[in-house]
Design a protein around this ligand. Structure first.
Ligand SMILES: CC(C)(COP(=O)(O)OP(=O)(O)OC[C@H]1O[C@@H](n2cnc3c(N)ncnc32)[C@H](O)[C@@H]1OP(=O)(O)O)[C@@H](O)C(=O)NCCC(=O)NCCS
Length: 173
């Protein structure tokens, strides 16, 4: 199994939208109503919105491909809007890391994490931070393996009308 990481470009947006919708659905289905889920997918993972984000040179989107086929994506950016406290440091937000479920536990997420941490070191970031749903224990365990810890800060992350709480995790470099 050969894993390669490459930058996503605007031609990839339909594939990105498909993977983003599928992985978000698989991760959060059952935690909100079906109507809330569909509304969320349509609002955040439509091709227009993803295309605008991919076109922004500061918004970094990557695929991990397995033997040439996308199996996961990673999004990160220097953006303090979600957690303004981070302005105290030069901080990078890991916005999304999503692996298709048939590829969980296969080392793909590790390669993506190594990739973003490498980028953070090379660009002299002081901290990487991210939000993770309080009940997403698999993701939390994964982040903890890389030295992320729960900052103790939380934020609301509603899916439609379903309230949910995310923990902010961080890793100082
Ligand atoms: C989060 C994600 C990127 C991690 O990738 P992965 O390939 O599954 O990661 P790994 O298997 O290396 O690590 C997960 C760890 O959690 C453990 N784990 C699995 N299920 C668990 C559970 N229900 N509770 C606690 N830990 C769990 C695994 O055993 C593993 O730990 P180990 O290596 O010590 O055995 C991937 O699972 C994913 O894409 N999930 C869906 C999307 C998602 O949640 N993204 C993050 C949003 S914040």
């Amino acid at each position: 199994m050969q894993i390669t990481i490459r930058r996503i470009n605007t031609d990839d947006v339909p594939v990105l939208a498909r993977i983003a919708r599928e992985t978000f659905y698989d991760t959060f289905t059952g935690t909100c109503t079906e109507a809330d889920m569909q509304e969320f997918l349509d609002q955040y993972f439509n091709e227009q919105k993803l295309g605008d984000e991919v076109s922004n040179p500061d918004n970094l989107y990557f695929f991990a491909e397995v033997d040439g086929t996308p199996a996961a994506y990673l999004q990160f950016m220097e953006d303090y809007s979600g957690f303004p406290l981070m302005r105290k440091w030069k901080a990078l937000e890991l916005k999304r890391i999503y692996v298709l479920k048939e590829f969980h536990g296969r080392g793909i997420a590790q390669q993506l994490m190594d990739f973003i941490l490498g980028h953070a070191h090379e660009n002299k970031y002081e901290v990487v931070w991210l939000g993770v749903w309080e009940h997403n224990l698999r993701a939390q365990k994964f982040y903890e393996k890389y030295g992320f810890v729960n900052s103790g800060y939380t934020h609301d992350f509603p899916i439609g009308n379903t309230p949910q709480t995310d923990n902010w995790f961080w890793k100082f470099l």
